[in-house]
Write a protein that binds this ligand. Structure first.
Ligand code: GRF
Length: 202
């Protein structure tokens, strides 16, 4: 469908239980600072004590708590919110559960994820958080990076839409790698989302 001049894209962002929400904050700032027609219309938190709740209050973003204990119920609520809020895209930022094929097909909008390594390496089940950077560190890589990919029902598996690498040859620990990669994440996720929205709406 062709995008009308006045269209503002509306996205939902799914965060993790105790995630920092730093990617959420970076994308919010990028869309604002660049005057892009992208609104973060929904932030999903999965635990009541998520730090992202305070961040949403600070940034004035609408958030909703949807527990992931029962994934069919989670997906049902998210589907309802997608319809009610008229979302154009869902972006995972730290969200760690698999979404079902039925949900992915049925929701009818793209779902993107960010992974803190250069997929297809260092991805898959169990590869999240510091585990990724520890694996990269142990394999003596001189380069890591971040990947944005389309979500399918396999961990870190869908088509890659954007990647950027970073030199980690001087990193002395997995924590150094995590810090270097996080800067890349913050730089690429919002443009990747905007580019993808533009691509599928032209
Ligand atoms: C990021 O490293 C992202 O790549 C991964 O989860 C982390 C979320 O961090 N999927 P934050 O909550 O956005 O700070």
């Amino acid at each position: 469908m062709a995008r009308t001049a006045s269209k503002t894209y509306r996205i939902g962002v799914l965060t993790s239980g105790h995630g920092r929400g730093s990617n959420l904050k970076a994308m919010h700032e990028y869309f604002k600072e660049n005057g892009l027609p992208v609104e973060i219309s929904l932030v999903v938190i999965t635990q009541n004590d998520s730090p992202v709740k305070a961040l949403c209050q600070e940034l004035d973003l609408y958030w909703e708590l949807i527990p992931v204990i029962n994934m069919p119920l989670f997906e049902e609520r998210l589907n309802t919110l997608k319809r009610e809020l008229n979302l154009d895209l869902i972006a995972l930022a730290g969200f760690m559960r698999l979404l079902s094929q039925d949900f992915i097909t049925g929701v009818g909008i793209p779902i993107l994820n960010i992974h803190p390594a250069l997929l297809p390496r260092f991805g898959g089940k169990g590869m999240y958080g510091m585990r990724v950077h520890e694996a990269v560190f142990s394999s003596s890589e001189s380069v890591s990076g971040a990947s944005i990919h389309i979500v399918d029902p396999i961990y870190d598996h869908g088509k890659i839409t954007m990647q950027e690498s970073v030199d980690i040859s001087k990193c002395k620990s997995p924590f150094d790698i995590a810090a270097a990669v996080l800067q890349v994440e913050h730089r690429i996720y919002a443009p990747a989302i905007y580019n993808y929205l533009t691509l599928i709406n032209t």
